[in-house]
Write a protein that binds this ligand. Structure first.
Ligand SMILES: *Cc1c(COP(=O)(O)O)cnc(C)c1O
Length: 495
Protein backbone atom coordinates (compact mmCIF):
# COMPACT_ATOMS: atom_id res chain seq x y z
CA UNK A 1 0.00 0.00 0.00
CA UNK A 2 1.07 3.53 -0.73
CA UNK A 3 2.76 5.17 2.26
CA UNK A 4 0.31 8.06 2.51
CA UNK A 5 -2.55 5.55 2.46
CA UNK A 6 -0.91 3.61 5.25
CA UNK A 7 -0.40 6.69 7.38
CA UNK A 8 -3.92 7.85 6.67
CA UNK A 9 -5.36 4.59 7.89
CA UNK A 10 -3.20 4.71 10.94
CA UNK A 11 -3.72 8.32 12.00
CA UNK A 12 -6.47 10.20 10.17
CA UNK A 13 -10.12 10.43 11.20
CA UNK A 14 -12.27 11.45 8.23
CA UNK A 15 -15.34 13.69 8.34
CA UNK A 16 -18.84 12.21 8.04
CA UNK A 17 -17.29 8.78 7.60
CA UNK A 18 -17.91 5.43 9.22
CA UNK A 19 -14.26 4.75 9.92
CA UNK A 20 -14.78 1.02 10.22
CA UNK A 21 -15.84 0.92 6.57
CA UNK A 22 -13.00 3.26 5.68
CA UNK A 23 -10.39 1.03 7.30
CA UNK A 24 -11.54 -1.93 5.24
CA UNK A 25 -10.64 -0.21 2.02
CA UNK A 26 -7.66 1.24 0.30
CA UNK A 27 -8.16 4.99 0.19
CA UNK A 28 -7.72 6.91 -3.02
CA UNK A 29 -4.71 9.15 -2.39
CA UNK A 30 -4.90 12.31 -4.47
CA UNK A 31 -1.53 13.67 -5.48
CA UNK A 32 -2.43 16.09 -8.25
CA UNK A 33 -5.11 17.69 -10.31
CA UNK A 34 -5.66 19.83 -13.36
CA UNK A 35 -8.94 21.26 -14.53
CA UNK A 36 -11.73 18.80 -13.72
CA UNK A 37 -9.27 15.91 -13.33
CA UNK A 38 -7.84 14.49 -10.11
CA UNK A 39 -4.87 12.13 -10.18
CA UNK A 40 -4.08 9.51 -7.56
CA UNK A 41 -0.77 8.15 -6.32
CA UNK A 42 -0.81 5.38 -8.91
CA UNK A 43 -1.28 7.81 -11.75
CA UNK A 44 -4.91 6.96 -12.32
CA UNK A 45 -7.14 9.87 -13.30
CA UNK A 46 -10.63 10.62 -12.01
CA UNK A 47 -13.15 13.29 -12.87
CA UNK A 48 -14.01 15.58 -9.97
CA UNK A 49 -17.78 15.40 -10.46
CA UNK A 50 -18.70 17.16 -7.23
CA UNK A 51 -16.07 19.88 -7.53
CA UNK A 52 -14.26 18.63 -4.42
CA UNK A 53 -17.33 18.82 -2.22
CA UNK A 54 -18.86 21.85 -3.96
CA UNK A 55 -15.86 24.13 -3.56
CA UNK A 56 -13.99 24.15 -6.85
CA UNK A 57 -15.11 26.52 -9.57
CA UNK A 58 -12.57 26.85 -12.36
CA UNK A 59 -10.71 23.59 -11.99
CA UNK A 60 -7.58 22.54 -10.19
CA UNK A 61 -4.21 24.10 -10.86
CA UNK A 62 -5.76 27.11 -12.56
CA UNK A 63 -2.92 29.26 -13.89
CA UNK A 64 -4.45 32.58 -12.81
CA UNK A 65 -5.31 31.52 -9.28
CA UNK A 66 -1.97 29.77 -8.91
CA UNK A 67 -0.18 32.92 -10.02
CA UNK A 68 -2.21 35.11 -7.67
CA UNK A 69 -1.45 32.91 -4.67
CA UNK A 70 2.24 32.72 -5.62
CA UNK A 71 2.49 36.49 -6.00
CA UNK A 72 0.94 36.97 -2.57
CA UNK A 73 3.14 34.26 -1.05
CA UNK A 74 6.22 36.21 -2.13
CA UNK A 75 4.95 39.13 -0.04
CA UNK A 76 3.42 37.53 3.04
CA UNK A 77 1.17 34.55 3.79
CA UNK A 78 -0.65 35.80 6.84
CA UNK A 79 -0.82 38.60 9.34
CA UNK A 80 -3.56 39.17 11.86
CA UNK A 81 -6.77 41.09 11.22
CA UNK A 82 -6.79 41.97 14.92
CA UNK A 83 -5.44 45.48 14.89
CA UNK A 84 -4.05 45.28 11.35
CA UNK A 85 -5.37 45.74 7.84
CA UNK A 86 -3.95 44.06 4.76
CA UNK A 87 -4.02 44.64 1.03
CA UNK A 88 -5.82 41.65 -0.51
CA UNK A 89 -8.52 41.49 2.19
CA UNK A 90 -9.32 45.19 1.68
CA UNK A 91 -9.55 44.79 -2.07
CA UNK A 92 -11.60 41.67 -1.71
CA UNK A 93 -14.08 43.33 0.65
CA UNK A 94 -14.60 46.09 -1.89
CA UNK A 95 -15.13 43.60 -4.71
CA UNK A 96 -17.51 41.45 -2.71
CA UNK A 97 -19.62 44.47 -1.78
CA UNK A 98 -19.77 45.43 -5.43
CA UNK A 99 -20.73 41.92 -6.48
CA UNK A 100 -23.33 41.61 -3.73
CA UNK A 101 -25.10 44.76 -4.87
CA UNK A 102 -25.15 43.93 -8.55
CA UNK A 103 -28.90 44.22 -8.48
CA UNK A 104 -30.20 47.70 -8.03
CA UNK A 105 -33.32 49.82 -8.02
CA UNK A 106 -33.19 50.62 -11.70
CA UNK A 107 -36.21 51.68 -13.71
CA UNK A 108 -38.38 48.90 -15.00
CA UNK A 109 -38.63 47.07 -11.71
CA UNK A 110 -41.98 46.95 -10.05
CA UNK A 111 -42.53 48.73 -6.74
CA UNK A 112 -42.72 45.39 -4.99
CA UNK A 113 -39.32 44.38 -6.29
CA UNK A 114 -37.63 47.65 -5.52
CA UNK A 115 -38.78 47.43 -1.91
CA UNK A 116 -36.92 44.15 -1.70
CA UNK A 117 -33.75 45.12 -3.48
CA UNK A 118 -33.32 48.50 -1.82
CA UNK A 119 -31.05 47.20 0.87
CA UNK A 120 -27.35 47.53 0.37
CA UNK A 121 -24.80 45.09 1.73
CA UNK A 122 -21.93 47.34 2.73
CA UNK A 123 -19.75 45.54 5.26
CA UNK A 124 -17.78 42.31 5.13
CA UNK A 125 -16.82 40.15 8.10
CA UNK A 126 -14.27 37.51 7.14
CA UNK A 127 -13.98 34.04 8.63
CA UNK A 128 -12.81 30.60 7.49
CA UNK A 129 -15.58 28.21 6.49
CA UNK A 130 -19.25 27.96 5.71
CA UNK A 131 -20.09 27.11 9.30
CA UNK A 132 -18.27 30.13 10.64
CA UNK A 133 -19.89 32.41 8.05
CA UNK A 134 -23.23 31.27 9.47
CA UNK A 135 -22.07 31.65 13.08
CA UNK A 136 -21.15 35.24 12.34
CA UNK A 137 -24.56 35.97 10.79
CA UNK A 138 -26.31 34.24 13.67
CA UNK A 139 -24.48 36.16 16.38
CA UNK A 140 -24.79 39.48 14.56
CA UNK A 141 -28.51 38.97 13.99
CA UNK A 142 -29.00 37.94 17.60
CA UNK A 143 -27.23 40.94 19.03
CA UNK A 144 -28.65 43.37 16.48
CA UNK A 145 -32.17 42.22 17.37
CA UNK A 146 -31.53 42.56 21.10
CA UNK A 147 -30.18 46.04 20.59
CA UNK A 148 -33.15 47.14 18.55
CA UNK A 149 -35.87 45.26 20.45
CA UNK A 150 -34.49 45.49 23.97
CA UNK A 151 -31.78 43.54 25.73
CA UNK A 152 -34.08 41.12 27.49
CA UNK A 153 -35.58 39.70 24.31
CA UNK A 154 -34.70 36.20 23.18
CA UNK A 155 -34.61 36.41 19.40
CA UNK A 156 -36.05 33.38 17.60
CA UNK A 157 -34.66 31.97 14.38
CA UNK A 158 -36.62 30.22 11.68
CA UNK A 159 -35.03 27.88 9.14
CA UNK A 160 -36.17 25.28 6.63
CA UNK A 161 -36.90 21.64 7.28
CA UNK A 162 -33.95 19.54 6.25
CA UNK A 163 -31.69 22.58 6.50
CA UNK A 164 -27.94 22.19 6.80
CA UNK A 165 -25.89 25.25 7.68
CA UNK A 166 -22.68 23.68 8.98
CA UNK A 167 -21.30 21.73 11.90
CA UNK A 168 -20.30 24.24 14.55
CA UNK A 169 -22.84 24.36 17.36
CA UNK A 170 -24.64 27.53 16.30
CA UNK A 171 -24.85 26.32 12.72
CA UNK A 172 -26.06 22.93 13.93
CA UNK A 173 -28.80 24.64 15.94
CA UNK A 174 -30.02 26.26 12.72
CA UNK A 175 -30.08 22.89 10.98
CA UNK A 176 -32.83 20.33 10.83
CA UNK A 177 -31.31 17.06 9.64
CA UNK A 178 -32.19 14.70 12.48
CA UNK A 179 -29.54 12.16 11.56
CA UNK A 180 -26.79 14.73 12.08
CA UNK A 181 -28.31 17.09 14.59
CA UNK A 182 -30.54 15.16 16.98
CA UNK A 183 -27.68 13.65 18.94
CA UNK A 184 -26.36 17.09 19.87
CA UNK A 185 -29.75 18.32 21.04
CA UNK A 186 -28.53 18.90 24.58
CA UNK A 187 -25.95 21.37 23.32
CA UNK A 188 -28.25 23.36 21.10
CA UNK A 189 -30.59 26.34 21.43
CA UNK A 190 -34.04 25.98 19.99
CA UNK A 191 -34.84 27.15 16.46
CA UNK A 192 -38.10 26.86 14.57
CA UNK A 193 -38.46 24.91 11.36
CA UNK A 194 -40.86 25.45 8.52
CA UNK A 195 -41.78 23.36 5.50
CA UNK A 196 -39.36 23.61 2.62
CA UNK A 197 -40.67 23.23 -0.91
CA UNK A 198 -39.71 19.69 -1.87
CA UNK A 199 -42.02 19.24 -4.84
CA UNK A 200 -41.03 15.65 -5.53
CA UNK A 201 -42.11 14.50 -2.07
CA UNK A 202 -44.55 17.25 -1.21
CA UNK A 203 -47.72 15.98 0.51
CA UNK A 204 -49.65 18.80 -1.18
CA UNK A 205 -48.50 17.89 -4.70
CA UNK A 206 -51.38 15.98 -6.22
CA UNK A 207 -49.58 15.09 -9.47
CA UNK A 208 -48.72 11.51 -10.32
CA UNK A 209 -45.02 10.90 -10.98
CA UNK A 210 -43.82 11.81 -14.46
CA UNK A 211 -40.47 11.51 -16.19
CA UNK A 212 -39.60 15.13 -15.53
CA UNK A 213 -38.36 17.43 -12.75
CA UNK A 214 -41.22 17.39 -10.22
CA UNK A 215 -41.32 21.18 -10.17
CA UNK A 216 -42.47 21.18 -13.77
CA UNK A 217 -45.57 19.05 -13.31
CA UNK A 218 -46.52 19.80 -9.72
CA UNK A 219 -50.18 20.42 -8.94
CA UNK A 220 -50.60 22.51 -5.83
CA UNK A 221 -51.73 25.83 -4.45
CA UNK A 222 -48.42 26.96 -2.98
CA UNK A 223 -49.32 25.39 0.35
CA UNK A 224 -45.59 25.56 1.26
CA UNK A 225 -45.74 29.36 1.09
CA UNK A 226 -48.91 29.29 3.17
CA UNK A 227 -47.04 27.31 5.83
CA UNK A 228 -44.37 29.99 6.01
CA UNK A 229 -47.01 32.67 6.41
CA UNK A 230 -48.73 30.65 9.17
CA UNK A 231 -45.45 30.13 10.99
CA UNK A 232 -44.62 33.81 11.04
CA UNK A 233 -48.16 34.71 12.12
CA UNK A 234 -48.15 32.13 14.94
CA UNK A 235 -44.80 33.34 16.23
CA UNK A 236 -45.98 36.94 16.17
CA UNK A 237 -48.92 36.00 18.43
CA UNK A 238 -46.49 34.88 21.14
CA UNK A 239 -45.26 38.47 21.44
CA UNK A 240 -41.76 37.46 20.34
CA UNK A 241 -41.87 37.69 16.55
CA UNK A 242 -39.38 35.74 14.49
CA UNK A 243 -36.10 37.67 14.43
CA UNK A 244 -34.48 36.10 11.39
CA UNK A 245 -35.28 33.72 8.58
CA UNK A 246 -32.36 31.56 7.46
CA UNK A 247 -32.44 29.82 4.10
CA UNK A 248 -30.45 28.51 1.17
CA UNK A 249 -31.74 30.33 -1.90
CA UNK A 250 -32.99 28.37 -4.96
CA UNK A 251 -31.67 24.99 -3.83
CA UNK A 252 -30.99 23.30 -0.51
CA UNK A 253 -27.78 21.29 -0.81
CA UNK A 254 -27.12 18.86 2.02
CA UNK A 255 -30.87 18.54 2.57
CA UNK A 256 -30.85 16.45 -0.63
CA UNK A 257 -30.39 18.88 -3.51
CA UNK A 258 -33.91 20.20 -3.08
CA UNK A 259 -34.70 22.91 -5.60
CA UNK A 260 -37.33 25.56 -5.02
CA UNK A 261 -40.03 26.17 -7.60
CA UNK A 262 -39.67 29.51 -9.33
CA UNK A 263 -41.29 32.26 -7.28
CA UNK A 264 -41.00 30.56 -3.89
CA UNK A 265 -38.04 32.58 -2.67
CA UNK A 266 -39.51 35.92 -3.66
CA UNK A 267 -42.79 35.10 -1.94
CA UNK A 268 -41.39 33.83 1.35
CA UNK A 269 -38.89 36.69 1.54
CA UNK A 270 -41.73 39.13 1.24
CA UNK A 271 -43.60 37.37 4.03
CA UNK A 272 -40.52 37.40 6.25
CA UNK A 273 -39.96 41.10 5.57
CA UNK A 274 -43.60 41.92 6.26
CA UNK A 275 -43.15 40.33 9.68
CA UNK A 276 -40.02 42.34 10.35
CA UNK A 277 -37.60 39.41 10.18
CA UNK A 278 -34.03 39.73 9.03
CA UNK A 279 -33.06 37.56 6.04
CA UNK A 280 -29.97 35.38 6.35
CA UNK A 281 -29.06 33.88 2.99
CA UNK A 282 -26.73 30.90 3.14
CA UNK A 283 -25.05 31.03 -0.26
CA UNK A 284 -22.17 28.83 0.83
CA UNK A 285 -23.06 26.35 -1.91
CA UNK A 286 -25.13 28.49 -4.28
CA UNK A 287 -22.85 31.53 -4.54
CA UNK A 288 -20.43 32.52 -7.29
CA UNK A 289 -22.47 31.45 -10.27
CA UNK A 290 -23.21 27.91 -9.13
CA UNK A 291 -26.93 28.34 -9.79
CA UNK A 292 -26.24 29.47 -13.32
CA UNK A 293 -25.68 32.63 -15.25
CA UNK A 294 -28.57 34.97 -14.43
CA UNK A 295 -30.63 35.97 -17.39
CA UNK A 296 -29.71 32.78 -19.12
CA UNK A 297 -32.95 31.16 -20.30
CA UNK A 298 -34.87 34.22 -19.24
CA UNK A 299 -34.19 36.69 -22.04
CA UNK A 300 -36.32 39.38 -20.38
CA UNK A 301 -33.90 39.80 -17.47
CA UNK A 302 -32.39 43.20 -16.97
CA UNK A 303 -28.66 43.77 -17.48
CA UNK A 304 -28.23 44.18 -13.71
CA UNK A 305 -29.32 40.64 -13.15
CA UNK A 306 -26.90 39.44 -15.78
CA UNK A 307 -24.01 40.47 -13.60
CA UNK A 308 -25.08 38.85 -10.37
CA UNK A 309 -23.21 35.86 -9.02
CA UNK A 310 -25.73 35.04 -6.31
CA UNK A 311 -28.83 32.87 -6.21
CA UNK A 312 -30.91 35.35 -4.15
CA UNK A 313 -30.74 37.91 -6.88
CA UNK A 314 -32.45 35.63 -9.35
CA UNK A 315 -35.63 36.34 -7.43
CA UNK A 316 -34.70 39.93 -6.66
CA UNK A 317 -34.13 39.17 -3.02
CA UNK A 318 -31.45 41.08 -1.15
CA UNK A 319 -30.81 39.59 2.30
CA UNK A 320 -29.53 41.38 5.40
CA UNK A 321 -26.78 38.78 5.70
CA UNK A 322 -25.12 37.05 2.79
CA UNK A 323 -22.98 34.07 3.87
CA UNK A 324 -20.24 32.95 1.48
CA UNK A 325 -17.58 30.28 1.65
CA UNK A 326 -16.94 27.13 -0.44
CA UNK A 327 -16.44 28.74 -3.88
CA UNK A 328 -15.13 32.05 -2.54
CA UNK A 329 -11.49 31.13 -3.22
CA UNK A 330 -12.35 29.06 -6.27
CA UNK A 331 -11.93 25.97 -4.09
CA UNK A 332 -8.33 26.76 -3.16
CA UNK A 333 -8.25 27.83 0.47
CA UNK A 334 -10.58 27.95 3.45
CA UNK A 335 -12.04 31.41 3.60
CA UNK A 336 -15.52 32.76 4.24
CA UNK A 337 -17.31 36.07 4.33
CA UNK A 338 -20.51 37.37 5.90
CA UNK A 339 -21.80 40.52 4.25
CA UNK A 340 -24.26 42.78 5.99
CA UNK A 341 -25.94 46.16 5.93
CA UNK A 342 -24.93 49.50 7.35
CA UNK A 343 -27.78 49.43 9.85
CA UNK A 344 -26.47 46.20 11.38
CA UNK A 345 -22.94 47.60 11.40
CA UNK A 346 -24.06 50.86 13.00
CA UNK A 347 -25.75 49.04 15.88
CA UNK A 348 -22.29 47.95 17.03
CA UNK A 349 -20.82 51.47 17.08
CA UNK A 350 -20.35 53.32 20.33
CA UNK A 351 -17.88 54.71 22.83
CA UNK A 352 -15.21 52.18 23.81
CA UNK A 353 -16.59 51.86 27.33
CA UNK A 354 -20.05 50.98 26.04
CA UNK A 355 -18.50 47.68 24.91
CA UNK A 356 -20.65 47.41 21.83
CA UNK A 357 -17.91 45.82 19.69
CA UNK A 358 -18.67 42.54 17.98
CA UNK A 359 -16.72 40.16 20.20
CA UNK A 360 -15.99 37.49 17.63
CA UNK A 361 -13.10 36.56 15.37
CA UNK A 362 -10.75 33.86 14.17
CA UNK A 363 -6.97 33.61 14.04
CA UNK A 364 -6.95 33.51 10.25
CA UNK A 365 -9.61 36.16 9.65
CA UNK A 366 -8.81 38.04 6.44
CA UNK A 367 -6.00 35.69 5.46
CA UNK A 368 -3.93 37.12 2.60
CA UNK A 369 -3.44 33.95 0.56
CA UNK A 370 -7.15 33.19 0.67
CA UNK A 371 -8.02 36.75 -0.27
CA UNK A 372 -5.57 36.67 -3.18
CA UNK A 373 -7.14 33.46 -4.48
CA UNK A 374 -10.62 34.95 -4.05
CA UNK A 375 -9.67 38.07 -6.02
CA UNK A 376 -8.42 35.93 -8.89
CA UNK A 377 -11.61 33.88 -8.68
CA UNK A 378 -13.79 36.99 -9.02
CA UNK A 379 -11.71 38.18 -11.96
CA UNK A 380 -12.18 34.91 -13.78
CA UNK A 381 -15.91 34.82 -13.00
CA UNK A 382 -16.47 38.22 -14.57
CA UNK A 383 -14.71 37.33 -17.80
CA UNK A 384 -16.81 36.90 -20.92
CA UNK A 385 -15.11 33.59 -21.50
CA UNK A 386 -16.16 32.17 -18.15
CA UNK A 387 -19.74 33.38 -18.57
CA UNK A 388 -20.03 31.72 -21.99
CA UNK A 389 -18.45 28.51 -20.75
CA UNK A 390 -20.91 28.34 -17.85
CA UNK A 391 -23.87 28.86 -20.15
CA UNK A 392 -22.71 26.09 -22.44
CA UNK A 393 -21.98 23.76 -19.54
CA UNK A 394 -25.44 24.36 -18.08
CA UNK A 395 -27.05 23.56 -21.43
CA UNK A 396 -24.96 20.44 -21.89
CA UNK A 397 -25.76 19.30 -18.38
CA UNK A 398 -29.46 19.71 -19.09
CA UNK A 399 -29.15 17.61 -22.25
CA UNK A 400 -27.02 14.90 -20.69
CA UNK A 401 -29.30 14.51 -17.69
CA UNK A 402 -32.18 13.60 -20.00
CA UNK A 403 -30.45 10.28 -20.63
CA UNK A 404 -31.16 9.20 -17.04
CA UNK A 405 -34.94 9.12 -17.31
CA UNK A 406 -35.19 5.62 -18.84
CA UNK A 407 -33.79 4.16 -15.61
CA UNK A 408 -36.61 2.94 -13.36
CA UNK A 409 -34.58 3.70 -10.21
CA UNK A 410 -34.36 7.35 -11.11
CA UNK A 411 -37.26 9.12 -9.44
CA UNK A 412 -36.40 12.75 -9.93
CA UNK A 413 -33.72 14.59 -11.86
CA UNK A 414 -33.41 18.20 -10.79
CA UNK A 415 -31.06 20.85 -12.02
CA UNK A 416 -30.45 24.37 -10.87
CA UNK A 417 -27.76 25.98 -12.96
CA UNK A 418 -24.63 23.88 -12.53
CA UNK A 419 -25.97 21.69 -9.75
CA UNK A 420 -27.82 18.45 -10.38
CA UNK A 421 -29.51 16.08 -7.95
CA UNK A 422 -30.66 12.64 -9.05
CA UNK A 423 -33.00 11.02 -6.55
CA UNK A 424 -32.76 7.23 -6.52
CA UNK A 425 -35.92 5.31 -5.68
CA UNK A 426 -37.04 1.71 -5.58
CA UNK A 427 -39.74 2.37 -8.12
CA UNK A 428 -40.31 5.62 -9.96
CA UNK A 429 -44.03 4.99 -10.37
CA UNK A 430 -44.60 4.94 -6.62
CA UNK A 431 -41.67 7.16 -5.55
CA UNK A 432 -40.90 4.45 -2.98
CA UNK A 433 -37.61 5.47 -1.34
CA UNK A 434 -34.65 3.27 -0.48
CA UNK A 435 -34.01 2.74 3.21
CA UNK A 436 -30.85 4.66 4.13
CA UNK A 437 -29.41 1.39 5.44
CA UNK A 438 -29.38 0.08 1.88
CA UNK A 439 -26.70 2.67 1.08
CA UNK A 440 -28.15 3.10 -2.41
CA UNK A 441 -26.45 6.43 -3.04
CA UNK A 442 -23.11 5.30 -1.64
CA UNK A 443 -23.15 2.11 -3.69
CA UNK A 444 -23.80 3.98 -6.91
CA UNK A 445 -20.98 6.41 -6.09
CA UNK A 446 -18.61 3.52 -5.46
CA UNK A 447 -19.54 2.12 -8.85
CA UNK A 448 -18.93 5.54 -10.39
CA UNK A 449 -15.49 5.71 -8.76
CA UNK A 450 -14.62 2.40 -10.42
CA UNK A 451 -15.54 4.11 -13.69
CA UNK A 452 -13.21 7.00 -12.90
CA UNK A 453 -15.76 9.55 -11.70
CA UNK A 454 -15.75 10.86 -8.12
CA UNK A 455 -18.72 12.27 -6.27
CA UNK A 456 -20.57 11.80 -2.99
CA UNK A 457 -24.29 11.30 -2.53
CA UNK A 458 -26.59 13.07 -0.12
CA UNK A 459 -28.51 10.08 1.20
CA UNK A 460 -30.28 8.63 -1.83
CA UNK A 461 -29.56 11.61 -4.00
CA UNK A 462 -26.63 11.57 -6.40
CA UNK A 463 -24.91 14.88 -6.82
CA UNK A 464 -23.27 16.19 -9.96
CA UNK A 465 -21.59 19.53 -9.57
CA UNK A 466 -19.01 19.87 -12.33
CA UNK A 467 -16.24 22.44 -12.10
CA UNK A 468 -16.98 25.25 -14.56
CA UNK A 469 -14.06 24.21 -16.76
CA UNK A 470 -15.53 20.74 -17.41
CA UNK A 471 -15.38 19.93 -21.13
CA UNK A 472 -18.35 18.45 -23.02
CA UNK A 473 -16.54 15.12 -23.22
CA UNK A 474 -15.83 15.11 -19.50
CA UNK A 475 -19.43 15.99 -18.70
CA UNK A 476 -20.64 13.19 -20.94
CA UNK A 477 -18.39 10.82 -19.06
CA UNK A 478 -19.67 11.99 -15.68
CA UNK A 479 -23.30 11.41 -16.62
CA UNK A 480 -22.53 8.15 -18.40
CA UNK A 481 -20.80 6.88 -15.27
CA UNK A 482 -23.87 7.79 -13.23
CA UNK A 483 -26.17 6.10 -15.74
CA UNK A 484 -24.13 2.90 -16.01
CA UNK A 485 -23.56 2.74 -12.26
CA UNK A 486 -27.24 3.12 -11.42
CA UNK A 487 -28.09 0.38 -13.89
CA UNK A 488 -25.32 -1.90 -12.64
CA UNK A 489 -26.06 -1.32 -8.96
CA UNK A 490 -29.73 -2.18 -9.28
CA UNK A 491 -29.26 -4.87 -11.87
CA UNK A 492 -31.00 -3.14 -14.71
CA UNK A 493 -29.94 -2.61 -18.24
CA UNK A 494 -29.99 1.01 -19.33
CA UNK A 495 -32.09 1.33 -22.44
C1 LIG B 1 -21.04 23.24 3.11
C2 LIG B 1 -22.11 24.13 3.60
C3 LIG B 1 -22.03 24.77 4.84
C4 LIG B 1 -20.89 24.53 5.79
O1 LIG B 1 -19.68 24.93 5.24
P1 LIG B 1 -18.29 24.36 5.81
O2 LIG B 1 -17.27 25.08 5.00
O3 LIG B 1 -18.32 22.89 5.57
O4 LIG B 1 -18.24 24.70 7.25
C5 LIG B 1 -23.03 25.64 5.20
N1 LIG B 1 -24.06 25.86 4.39
C6 LIG B 1 -24.18 25.28 3.20
C7 LIG B 1 -25.35 25.60 2.33
C8 LIG B 1 -23.22 24.38 2.76
O5 LIG B 1 -23.35 23.77 1.58
Amino acid sequence: MNQAARLDRKFVWHPFTQMRDWLRRQPIVIVGGRGAVLRNARGREFLDANASIWTNLHGHNHPRINAAVRRQLEKIAHSSALGLANEPASWLAQKLVKAANAIDDSAGKSARQSKIVNRKLEKVFFSDDGSTALEVALKLAYEFTRRTRGGSSRPRFLSLEGAYHGDTIGAVALGHIDLFHQRFQGLLFHTDAVMSPYCYRCPFNRAQPERDDARNYRQCHWECVGKVEQKFAAQKKTGNPCAAFVFEPLIQGAAGMIPQPRGWLGRVSEIARAHGALLIADEVMTGFGRTGVPGFQTPSSSPQELKSLFACHKENVQPDFLCLAKGLTGGYLPMAATLTTRSVFDAFLGRYDEFKSFFHGHSYTGNQLGAAAALANLDILSSERSICARQTLEENLRDELQTLWPLPNVGDVRQVGLVAGIELVKNWRTREPFDLRERAGLRVCEAMARRGVLTRPVGNVLVLMPPYCTTPAQLKKMVAAARESIAATFGIRAR
